[in-house]
Ligand binder design. Structure first.
Ligand code: ADP
Length: 543
């Protein structure tokens, strides 16, 4: 166990030194040739990590006192500098260097003093920073702090916590890729903090095995990853990778150190199994993450497209609303004057003119209906239907509308009949104008979609307690089964209806449904099929 941990630390330190060297090499031999301020400080972080890792590595291999003390003093040069340099890197990365200039300077000053004292010890043999090295736990040589070592706690504790707070604060105001990047750096810093600091208790004589030293290479790895290819980053994958790699390392060491052949065999098989399993695990996690990222991207794109569509839709509704308002007034004027001329209010007119005017009148009426439909639509779409509910005599509304349609029905030789089976119902709480439109729509359709010489039966009845049902039954074109469900949907028209009246818009029933439902009621239609007539109804609650 003892040698086992020392070997593990050595591997971790060697990997750290090697990794930091790779980072440093990358920065020094950068393709673009120019070095940003970030490159400089990040490069210095890598450099001090190399000093630290190499120093610590040789302390572990040292076989005599002088050698160990030598390397301890070397390693602390890196250890003192790396914290403030890391903070500096983060500040440059977050563009906060200027804001914390003074504090940063103070930290550098502290580091400078400590490096100097350590240097004096190194050259003169004094013991201000590191007093000596002695055996501790399984370590043959381990440092004993000198008087000034306590100042180093600023680097160990204060700077990392400060760095972390700065990142967390920046995270609050950042989103997207950069936020992901900061998150990973935070994660990496936490690994570094616990990894690096795990040696401190033992320095002060607390018997705490610095296992977490093994985290340092992962700190470096995640940091490098975050900085270089943050867009590929995902915490879940990295965490899986680290965990798997740790298990591999442990079992590998166990295997190498097997005492009997049987142990070797078992550990070897276990190792192969764990490696294969680990690879599958990492792959599947990364696949899942990729898939999720893709989904997120897609749903984001969809969301944006949806927003865009909503905007377009709103623009369209506004356009319709404005256009129809502008059309309505002149059309009413055309219809009014034409009607007056036709009635002879402006003197006698020749028959040929009458014919033309009659057509003008019908066209104007059609257009007015169309505009009314468009206005209804735009009111629904913009959510601007306003209701004024008042106790209303529904029967009166129906009778009035029937009167208005008499002319139309006569022209088409359609017999309009009204059967009131709901005598004595109380006044209903309705918006009279809107319900009038419901009645108009049903009756207008019934006459429109019916052949000449048939009958349209309008009925008001109480089929269920607490409800009245208004219905209009015709003997017209009827509706196919498959079309029935679609009728109350915006712009939906049957082929038969299109053939009979190409001018319809398919908005009337949509409006009827909305208005009836806003009154707490329900709409519906019954038809035996094509050519067999239909019955449209609106049921309203008696409140
Ligand atoms: P429009 O009459 O302008 O087409 P509506 O919303 O009033 O718009 O009607 C939608 C569709 O419902 C019509 O196109 C037609 O297919 C069908 N419909 C409505 N009333 C009847 C009816 N009385 N008989 C047969 N089909 C009808």
């Amino acid at each position: 166990m003892i040698i086992y941990m020392i070997v593990a630390y050595q591997i971790a330190l060697a990997v750290t030194a090697f990794g930091a060297l790779v980072i440093l090499g990358n920065i020094l031999f950068k393709k673009s040739g120019t070095h940003s301020r970030f490159d400089v400080v990040y490069g210095m972080v890598a450099f001090s990590l190399i000093i630290w890792a190499v120093g610590r590595f040789f302390v572990l291999t040292a076989t005599e006192f002088g050698q160990a003390l030598f390397w301890v003093r070397i390693l602390y040069t890196g250890s003192i500098l790396v914290h403030v340099l890391f903070l500096h890197t983060i500040l440059v990365f977050l563009n906060l260097e200027n804001k914390y200039k003074t504090l940063l300077f103070a930290f550098y000053f502290n580091a400078f003093i400590l490096v100097s004292i350590n240097g004096i010890d190194f050259f003169t043999g004094s013991r201000y920073f590191i007093q000596t090295v002695i055996p501790k736990l399984q370590f043959a040589y381990y440092e004993v702090p000198g008087t000034f070592y306590n100042l180093h706690l600023i680097n160990y504790l204060f700077i990392p916590i400060f760095t972390l707070l700065i990142m967390l604060r920046a995270l609050r105001d950042t989103s997207g890729e950069k936020a992901q990047q900061i998150k990973l750096i935070v994660f990496s810093s936490i690994l570094g903090f616990f990894g690096g600091n795990s040696v401190v208790p033992l320095v002060y004589g607390i018997s705490f095995e610095p296992y977490l030293l093994l985290l340092v290479p992962f700190h470096l790895g995640t940091l490098a990853y975050a900085i270089s290819q943050h867009h590929l980053f995902n915490m879940k994958v990295i965490a899986t990778e680290i965990l798997t790699a740790l298990i591999w390392i442990f079992i590998l060491i166990e295997t190498v150190l097997s005492e009997t052949n049987q142990d070797l065999l078992i550990n070897g098989i276990l190792l192969v199994f764990v490696i294969v399993f680990g690879i599958f695990l990492i792959r599947s996690v990364s696949k899942e993450v990729q898939l999720r990222e893709k989904l997120e991207e897609l749903s984001k794109a969809l969301g944006e497209a949806n927003e865009e569509l909503k905007k377009l839709d709103q623009a369209k509704s506004e356009f319709i609303s404005i256009a129809s308002h502008q059309l309505r007034a002149p059309l009413t004027v055309i219809k009014g004057y034409t009607s007056m001329i036709l009635e002879g209010s402006m003197g006698h007119i020749a028959d040929s003119v009458r014919d033309a005017l009659q057509k003008t009148y019908i066209s104007a009426e059609q257009l007015i209906k169309l505009v009314a439909s468009l206005l209804d639509l735009s009111r629904i779409e913009s959510g601007k239907i306003r209701y004024e509910f008042k106790p209303t005599n529904f029967v009166e509304i129906i009778q009035k509308v029937l009167g208005e349609f008499k002319h139309n029905a006569d022209a088409k030789k359609v017999v309009l009949i009204f059967e009131n089976k709901a005598e004595g119902i109380p006044l209903l709480s309705l918006d009279a104008d809107k319900m009038r439109e419901v009645v108009i729509n049903f009756i207008d359709n019934a006459i429109k979609y019916t052949a000449e010489g048939t009958q349209v039966a309008v009925m008001l009845e109480k089929r269920r307690a607490g409800w009245v049902r208004f219905s209009v039954r015709d003997q017209g074109i009827g509706i196919k089964k498959e079309d029935i469900k679609k009728l109350f949907i915006k712009f939906n028209r049957t082929d038969e209806a299109r053939a009979r009246d190409p001018n319809g818009m398919g908005i009337g029933l949509y409006f009827v449904k909305r208005v009836t439902e806003d009154h707490g009621g329900k709409v519906g239609v019954e038809s035996e099929g094509s050519g067999k007539g239909s019955t449209f109804f609106a049921a309203l609650p008696i409140k």
